[in-house]
Design a binder for this molecule. Structure first.
Ligand SMILES: [Zn+2]
Length: 510
């Protein structure tokens, strides 16, 4: 590599609004404002690192000071004295200040005192304050004083990655622009163009990986591309990028998830060894598995609608995901996700990532196999039919309801969708006696309307009048909900589920 090598991010830094990558809304708003002469005294640009905040600030400084027209222009020429000096960061009237190293109030006062003098070569004195959230409170106060009454010829351009740390008093005096994460497709197009300019071979798969790893930041993506070019001598393919990023191939991740969800522990652990031995970073693998889980969850409804073309996997992989998805419930995917999220800090803190990862695999497989709560209840229903809720068809004259236990009544209310009566009954009533036509009970809440409503409903359903006898003192019996909860807690399946989640507690039975 020759010693004059300029990093790509600097070499291909946007020099005008047209070449700003992925910030269409900002470009449109700013150029319209400049073209119509509506120039604010203070701007604030916010967004993640590498989205173009400083580039935009410099382009704006050029637009304000370009000599190619009589006033500010949305199309700075790029070649006049002012444009060139600003691009090189050497213009006398354009000050770039890194707030991180000028946090103190004295620094800020010196800078602001100088702002009172007229510009030397430009129309405006432009102050670009990068990472402005780093300023001290007193420095912010000094800045605020100037922002309240800015000299005619002064423009402030503030940039920050952490807008929430900037005082509201400052924000309210600035025109705010949010720079968005640059979409993967836009990044890919940009990287492909740069590769062609540089005579670099960049395969589509490699480009996709780089664009995803960049996570919306043009600068991060370009430094990864720099690194890939240096490592491969200019033939950047998927394999070399995977190696560089220490990531497993997408196909490997999909295959691994399939094994994991199939419940075959020994194969899953063997595959985990293999991926690890091939040099993949296990934290990255976990990230990839999370990405996969996210997509599989997102696609769950799409599969039913037959629309999965927008998913960033190859056709083969999509087919595989579709196959896995048809076997896994949304519920399981969401539980898997929760366990993965919890494992991220665990992996980071662990001295032995491999151990930690293997244990995670076992936990995930346990979850994939574990029945969901509705499935548990379903199972309970089939083993204890006499107490299980029964779907009661609408009674005809010939087929009337027969209610002989507290549970019968709960089931009948539930299947008739009498939700209010059902929930009041199951959580407040201690039934002491129930037979066809008579209920003796204690009502813990004592709602005057309840007895009347229940009696009417019973009469309609059973075809004869009911006698509701309310006790005045509690017989200290359980409500239907309390009974069900106790039964559930003693069920071995539920007990094993409760063991998995240390602080779990049954808060309701539905
Ligand atoms: Zn110019």
């Amino acid at each position: 590599m020759d010693s004059n090598y300029t990093v790509l991010a600097r070499k291909y830094r946007s020099q005008d609004f047209k070449s700003l990558i992925g910030q269409d809304v900002l470009v449109k708003t700013l150029t319209t404002a400049i073209n119509t002469g509506r120039i604010a005294h203070a701007y604030i640009f916010t967004g993640i690192r590498g989205t173009g905040k400083t580039s935009t600030a410099r382009i704006l400084a050029k637009a304000l000071n370009c000599l190619s027209s009589d006033g500010p222009t949305a199309n700075p020429c790029g070649v006049c004295e002012n444009c060139r000096a600003i691009a090189a960061g050497q213009h006398i009237d354009v000050m770039e200040i890194d707030a991180a190293s000028h946090t103190g109030v004295d620094n800020m006062r010196d800078i602001l005192d100088a702002a009172q003098y007229r510009p030397t070569n430009g129309r405006y004195k432009v102050y670009i304050i990068d990472e402005v959230h780093m300023l001290s409170t007193s420095a912010f106060n000094a800045l605020l004083k100037t922002l309240e009454e800015p000299p005619e010829h002064v423009i402030f351009i503030l940039a920050t990655t952490e807008i929430r740390k900037v005082p509201v008093t400052i924000l309210s005096r600035c025109q705010r622009f949010d720079l968005v994460r640059v979409p993967v497709e836009t990044l890919k197009k940009h990287f492909a163009w740069i590769a062609s300019q540089e005579n670099i071979e960049l395969s589509d798969g490699a480009n996709e990986l780089l664009a995803r790893a960049a996570d919306g930041s043009v600068r991060d993506g370009l430094s990864l591309l720099d690194q890939a070019i240096a490592q491969t001598g200019g033939h950047v393919d998927e394999k070399s990028v995977l190696e560089m990023l220490k990531r497993a191939d997408r196909g490997v991740v999909v295959g691994f998830m399939e094994t994991l969800l199939s419940g075959d522990v020994s194969t899953a652990l063997a595959k985990s060894d293999e991926i690890y031995n091939n040099g993949a970073d296990l934290s990255m693998l976990l990230t990839d598995m999370m990405e996969w889980t996210h997509w599989a969850t997102r696609m769950h409804p799409a599969i039913r609608a037959g629309n999965i073309d927008t998913v960033p996997y190859t056709a083969d992989q999509r087919e595989q995901i579709q196959k896995i998805n048809s076997r896994v419930s949304l519920n399981t995917l969401s539980r898997i996700w929760q366990v993965m999220v919890a494992a991220v800090p665990e992996m980071q803190a662990s001295a032995n990532q491999k151990q930690c990862f293997d244990m995670l695999i076992v936990r995930l497989m346990h979850i994939a196999e574990m029945p969901s709560v509705p499935e548990i209840l379903e199972k309970q229903k089939s083993t204890t039919p006499q107490t299980a809720p029964q779907k009661t068809p609408e009674p005809t004259v010939a087929q009337k309801l027969s209610i002989t236990s507290a549970n019968d009544l709960a089931n009948a209310l539930q299947s008739s969708k009498e939700i209010l009566l059902y929930s009041y009954y199951t959580s407040n009533l201690e039934v002491t006696e129930i037979s066809d036509g008579v209920i003796k009970y204690f009502d813990r809440r004592g709602d005057a309307d309840f007895a009347h409503k229940l009696a009417t409903w019973l009469e309609n359903k059973t075809g004869h009048a009911w006698q509701l006898q309310r006790e005045t003192e509690s017989p200290h019996k359980q409500t239907v909900t309390e009974q069900k909860k106790e039964e559930l807690e003693s069920d071995p399946l539920v007990a094993s589920a409760m063991d998995l989640f240390a602080d779990a507690e049954i808060v309701g039975v539905k």
